[in-house]
Design a protein around this ligand. Sequence first.
Ligand SMILES: [Zn+2]
Length: 445
Amino acid sequence: MPSSFVPVIGLEVHFELKTASKMFCSCSADHFHRPANTNLCPTCLGLPGALPVPNQKAIEMTALMALAVGAKINRRFLFERKNYFYPDLPKGYQISQHILPIGEGGAVPILLEGEYVAVALHDIHLEEDTAKLEHHGNEVWIDFNRSGVPLVEVVTQPVLHSAAAAKAYVKRIQQLVRWLGISNADMEKGSMRLEANISLAPQPGDGKKIKLPNYRVEVKNLNSFRFVEKAINYEIERQKRVWQSGQQPVQETRGFDPQRGVTFSQRRKEVAKDYRYFPDPDIPPLELTSTVIEKLKKQLPRLPWEEEKMWQEKYGFDWQLSQTLVANAEARHFWQMLVPRIKNRDQAQKIAKLIVNKPDRWQGKKPAQFWQEWQKEQSERLGGAQLAAIVAQVIEQETKAVADYRRGKVNVIGYLLGQVQRLTQGKADPQEARQLLEQKLAKNG
Ligand SMILES: [Zn+2]
């Protein structure tokens, strides 16, 4: 039995596309807030004889996603039948993609402790969503409104090694699909859902590659970022205990119970051959023409990680500032409207930090008004020798707080800063005041 392990994690992220109609029929794809079973037709109910007609818009959105992550586009692709029996699937199979998906490979850059790491993808494929099951006591009710809504699945390679990395990746996917305008990716509503495949590999020797384990545990029902992290951490600990007891964890599908924060066994995990995939005889192989691919390439905006790097290079932002700014749509929009007025790095950093940290200072304001107020404030800012004198005065008066600070209660610096602001009627430059305080407190110890 190995003494230490490396978690090996792969993720499958599903998101519903924001198309007008469903994947293979003309019913509305917007299935939220509708009375149950009012958004359907023979095709999405799986009635015999109904024929599927693929949604071109959904195919293009999937290809746009594939282009954004640098995947290889299969110009000729297939829809296949994935056979399994479950009440949410009226046909007894789901139309999906297996051997020729729209996108193969590619990578998604995430930020991990300030470093960009590329998460390698296996594929990006398009399928139809299933009906929704509701449990009422001993009864299960089926609502087919969601049945047939276009659903994209992005599958990673087993290249993630921590719950934190998995969470960062899922957040990045959500950001990206919203950025591309192809999905609302709302986890609370279920328009984005995910599954994690987790196993433990023996820690390889220095410079050696991780040897992939010959089992994996799939965890379902991870419908928030917090649950992703919790479930993965729980599973890592659970599998460690199984290994340490001298056994190998079994390949299975487990659910996650958010109340208890634990995973629980559901069933033996299927492998691809259990699904008996075969090309759907009702849908011929399809083709993405070069005209369509060229059109999509032109549509592709600057991507989130490209924009993060752009602010880092142009204005010297640290990765946290650029990441937070780019991730918050409202803040980013306001910032973009201010950029033409900004003259230098110092201004850029001060304004970006203000936008990220103090939304009340700009929300509901026009950029011109904000800019005027900010400039006025800057001109009245107290700094230099004047500020140093006031800081010295505060340190002399606040003997108790100063003594507390020097005993290690560094939080009192907030109180001391407050005193500086009181004496300056709030005009002290907060960053400069903090620096001065820290210098002086460290010096006369
Ligand atoms: Zn329909």
